[in-house]
Ligand binder design. Structure first.
Ligand code: SF4
Length: 384
């Protein structure tokens, strides 16, 4: 397609709400480090990443005849007033899977109209498909791959949600930020290493390499079981995700607040107190988090995370608000009898962390939470 046709398409896609629209040839060289990352076990138990590796590395396996990848970005920077909450910033919006998907469908219709193709000539994905969005984003010049592993846009900093359309139409490609090595990690980081140093759990095994087994985002969202004890204190008050390695990046200085065309703001979630989270019922969880990405962790996961956060916020000697702390302990003691062993185990851990070993054990006995099942007992002993 000519440059004029490409620009017309770009304009139409921006009208749909995308903040970035860039084009890469489907045979562009993209970051091939995925296999090494998987071989080192960095994906923890996210086996679907290993199962789809071939497709992620070769768009022809996803859409035979694919000639281009259109990379789309949605700016979700909420502004500085939303700093430092228990939720990663992207979670303080409507679920991007739900809201970007219809826009991608509309983008497909625009492609059909302008390129005279049918729906079988393209595939689109937002996060959940076998596509290496970040690799294509670097190839298309959306940004460069920072030492934090994220795509950093000169215009939007670290705050782009990425989607991709594979299409059987060749476009004049956009230039990457660096022609000779578009996928190089840290291309424009210089000597900076703020993200590597800021990670609360030391999850970077090398610049650009995140070990999910140590990553707070992985544990609070994807991990369905026990969180390793050694990591819990570093979670501090986080209950869903972590974007510390994104937030400290100096490239964010250029970011503008997102226009929210495709993402409705749910900033009120940041106001939920830990006690309110500990009190969540199945109905309450559904109601509060309907239409947000937080539902991915399910109620059990969120209660587990809230137990860890409560244990950290009110750990022995750190209490500033005794009334709030006592309310949290009452909820933790109730959760120490929860039907889920995962919730019970973390509630027990938190009670002991807040009250201290001796007083915590006594409170658990009094609350009849000390008659523990093997799974919880194992957790007590640090075996989980
Ligand atoms: Fe690169 Fe520094 Fe940003 Fe990390 S914080 S991605 S090292 S510029």
């Amino acid at each position: 397609m000519s440059v004029e046709q490409r620009e017309r398409l770009r304009g139409r896609l921006i009208e749909l709400g995308f903040d970035v629209v860039r084009f890469a040839p489907a045979n562009a060289a993209i970051d091939r480090g995925l296999r090494d990352w998987l071989a080192a076990g960095n994906h923890a138990d996210m086996d679907w990443l290993a199962r789809t590796a071939d497709k992620r590395l070769d768009p022809q396996l996803v859409l035979p005849g694919a000639a281009a990848v259109i990379v789309l970005g949605v700016n979700y920077w909420p502004g500085r007033e939303v700093a430092g909450t228990s939720f990663a910033r992207y979670a303080l919006h409507s679920d991007y899977h739900d809201t970007i998907q219809p826009a991608l469908k509309a983008a497909g219709q625009v492609l059909e109209e302008l390129c005279a193709i049918s729906a079988t000539d393209y595939r689109y994905y937002v996060d959940a498909g076998p596509v290496l969005e970040r690799g294509w984003a670097a190839a298309a010049g959306v940004g460069f791959r920072g030492k934090n592993g994220n795509i950093i846009s000169p215009r939007h900093g670290n705050w782009l949600l990425l989607a991709a359309i594979l299409v059987r139409v060749a476009f004049t490609p956009d230039e990457p930020l660096c022609e000779s090595e578009p996928g190089r990690t840290g291309l424009h980081c210089g000597k900076c290493r703020r993200c590597l140093d800021a990670c609360p759990t030391g999850a970077f095994s090398a610049p650009g390499t995140v070990d999910a087994r140590r990553c707070i985002s992985y544990h609070t969202i994807e991990n369905r079981g026990f969180v390793p004890r050694a990591l819990r204190a570093a979670f501090e008050a986080r209950v869903f995700g972590c974007d510390e390695c994104l937030a400290v990046c100096p490239w964010n200085g250029f970011a503008q607040v997102g226009r929210s065309g495709l993402l409705a703001r749910r900033h009120e979630l940041a106001q939920l107190s830990l006690v309110e989270l500990l009190q969540l019922t199945p109905e309450g969880f559904r109601e509060v988090f309907r239409g947000t990405a937080v539902k991915r962790t399910k109620l059990v996961g969120l209660l587990r995370n809230a137990c860890i956060a409560a244990g950290n916020v009110w750990c022995a000697g750190a209490a500033s608000d005794l009334k709030e702390r006592d309310a949290a302990v009452a909820e933790l003691l109730r959760l120490a009898r929860h039907e889920s062993p995962v919730v019970r185990g973390h509630a027990v851990w938190a009670v002991r962390r807040v009250l201290g070993d001796e007083a915590g054990a006594a409170a658990l006995v009094e609350a009849r939470a000390a008659e523990v099942e093997p799974a919880v007992l194992a957790e007590f002993e640090g075996a989980a």
